[in-house]
Ligand binder design. Structure first.
Ligand code: KHP
Length: 541
């Protein structure tokens, strides 16, 4: 932070009866697009030493599981807006390559819907499919739902069966196109054009399979000129039909402004509040009790403004080119951890999210063709949060000093999220120190005894990120470590299990996860319903 003053002591207060909402496992989703090396030499590389009999890399699947990824969005992204899914099914030898206009890359169509869905099923990931509402529309979208989810006896379901898959896949989550507000999108539309098309495509998709859950496109970022108006217009056409509206956001350090970059979680927090407000305004006008929730299905650190422009308008490429293979630093990893803090604090309205993307393309997992797969620094806070954040997100109160940043105005210097699993007693606490000074935080656990059993931290350094597995290991080796629960954390319990204070020493520019168990003096009756989540209003009975 600019002034380098000592930071006044921040305080975090929590109680397990005060909850935001359940932590939906789908919050820890990721994204596989036909872009660069995400599919080819990413998840799929026949002939690789670890390839399974279907040509998919086991090392990547294993790392994806270790990452804790749950839902995987596919096949795009910008790619989907000019994709003909029919070109990617049936005998591989009969499939033709096509020129993908989104990334100006020749798509060989060796992996398509069946290959992806079967891989996801074998490996235990839930698919989230997007339909093309750029160059296509109602008919192709409904046909794809039938191809995936239909029972025998109709054209597209029978085609799937002819291709060797008898059982319907039962794909539940569907995106109604991708970033249709973006002028770069193939088949870009204004909000009325898109809203009408999404409503008709979604209606047809639900007539094929009424159980599907639909995500309508929100804005590509909060900076879009149409932001807000877009959400309200699109939802005015689709409110009763869809479950979720999408959000996308990428953050980066610009001009060496670390304070703004470290404040990205606050920008994400405000973005979520504004989308919720826009959606609720539409609901209020309709006098609707339904609440639209958010699918934050693209989020990450991406050096979009500073590095990406040089990667566009390239000549047509083939053979899985290296596109947007951002290399991440420990600072980037701290920000990723802090963005997860924001997502957890909105668990009531954000049940689905996807770290964009999974492998090679702005990704926590990298591969070398014919070589190894490795974890970027951003892998660790994601995997640790996905593993430890269980049960319910708690409504933590954070009393923190703030700083004024150039890009986001006033932001807190310390952020926190906590989760508690009432069934197992597991408690997890996630803390970010955005300041350039060490900070001690007092965490007041009201009505609880707390025993901490593990802790992890990522501490930013000032090293530039350098490509390659050796460097990634070096960064992780020096910046990612277990918290010394004896030295960095003190737990003081007063009044039996009535109140516990945990004092945690946070390194400058760091992200910390602490986990253990919470015990309570209270009788084992169900706590009062204190969710913030919609639809969990206490019942009369
Ligand atoms: O702000 N921009 O200039 C901008 C440009 C492209 C862009 O694309 C999104 O990000 C791509 C990579 O995840 C996905 O394919 C697409 O949905 C998202 C944002």
């Amino acid at each position: 932070m600019p002034d380098h003053q000592p930071v006044p002591r921040p305080r975090v207060t929590l109680h397990t009866d005060f909850r935001v909402g359940p932590v939906d496992r789908r919050l820890f989703g990721s994204f596989v697009e036909h872009l660069g090396r995400a599919v080819y030499t990413g998840i799929y590389e026949p002939g690789h030493a670890t390839a399974d009999e279907h040509g998919f890399r086991r090392d990547v699947a294993d790392l994806t599981r270790e990452l804790g990824a749950t839902v995987l969005r596919y096949p795009g992204g910008n790619f989907v807006s000019n994709y003909r899914w029919e070109d990617g099914v049936g005998p591989v030898s009969e499939r033709k390559p096509f020129l993908d206009l989104a990334w100006r890359t020749v798509e060989p169509n060796l992996v398509g819907t069946d290959e992806f869905l079967q891989w996801a099923e074998r490996e235990g990931f839930e698919p989230m499919l997007a339909v093309n509402l750029g160059t296509r529309g109602v008919e192709a979208a409904a046909a794809l739902v039938e191809y995936c989810n239909g029972e025998a006896g109709t054209r597209w379901a029978d085609l799937r069966i002819a291709h060797g898959r008898a059982e319907p896949y039962g794909v539940h989550l569907w995106c109604l196109g991708n970033e249709m507000d973006g002028p770069w999108q193939i088949g870009h539309k204004d909000a009325h054009e898109y809203g009408r098309l999404a409503a008709e495509a979604g209606k047809a998709m639900k007539l094929v399979d009424p159980t599907v859950s639909l995500v309508v496109c929100g804005s590509s970022s909060m900076q879009m000129n149409t932001f807000g108006e877009w959400e309200q217009t699109v939802l005015s056409y689709t409110y009763d039909l869809v479950d979720h509206i999408s959000m996308h956001a990428y953050y980066e350090e610009l001009d060496g402004d670390r304070a703004s970059f470290l404040g990205s979680g606050t920008a994400m927090d405000r973005f979520i509040d504004r989308v919720v407000a826009s959606a609720d305004a539409v609901g209020a006008r309709r006098r609707s009790d339904k609440k639209i929730t958010i699918s934050f299905d693209e989020w990450n650190v991406w050096y979009l403004e500073s590095r990406f422009p040089g990667e566009t308008n390239l000549p047509v490429q083939r053979d899985a080119p290296r596109i947007i293979e951002d290399v991440y630093s420990a600072l980037d990893a701290v920000v990723v951890g802090d963005l997860l803090v924001t997502l957890l604090n909105h668990a009531d309205r954000v049940p689905v999210a996807a770290l964009a993307q999974l492998v090679n393309v702005i990704a926590p997992i990298m591969t070398e063709p014919g070589g190894e797969a490795w974890r970027q620094p951003t892998f660790h806070p994601f995997a640790t949060t996905a593993r430890l954040a269980r049960g319910e997100a708690l409504d933590v109160r954070v009393d923190s000093p703030t700083t004024t940043t150039t890009r986001h105005g006033e932001v807190p210097l310390v952020t926190a999220a906590a989760t508690h699993d009432p069934e197992t007693g597991a408690l997890a606490l996630f803390l970010t120190n955005r300041s350039a000074e060490p900070v001690e935080v007092d965490v007041e656990h009201l009505g609880l005894g707390v025993e901490l059993t593990e802790g992890w931290r990522m501490v930013a350094d000032h090293e530039a990120a350098v490509e390659g597995p050796a460097h990634a290991r070096k960064v992780v080796g020096s910046c990612w470590s277990a918290v010394d629960l004896g030295a960095d954390v003190t737990v003081v319990t007063s009044g039996g299990t009535g109140r516990t204070r945990t004092t945690v020493a946070l390194a400058p520019e760091s992200w910390t996860a602490l986990a253990g168990t919470a015990t309570t003096d209270r009788p084992a009756t169900a706590p009062p319903n204190t969710f913030r989540e919609p639809g969990r209003i206490p019942s009369e009975t």
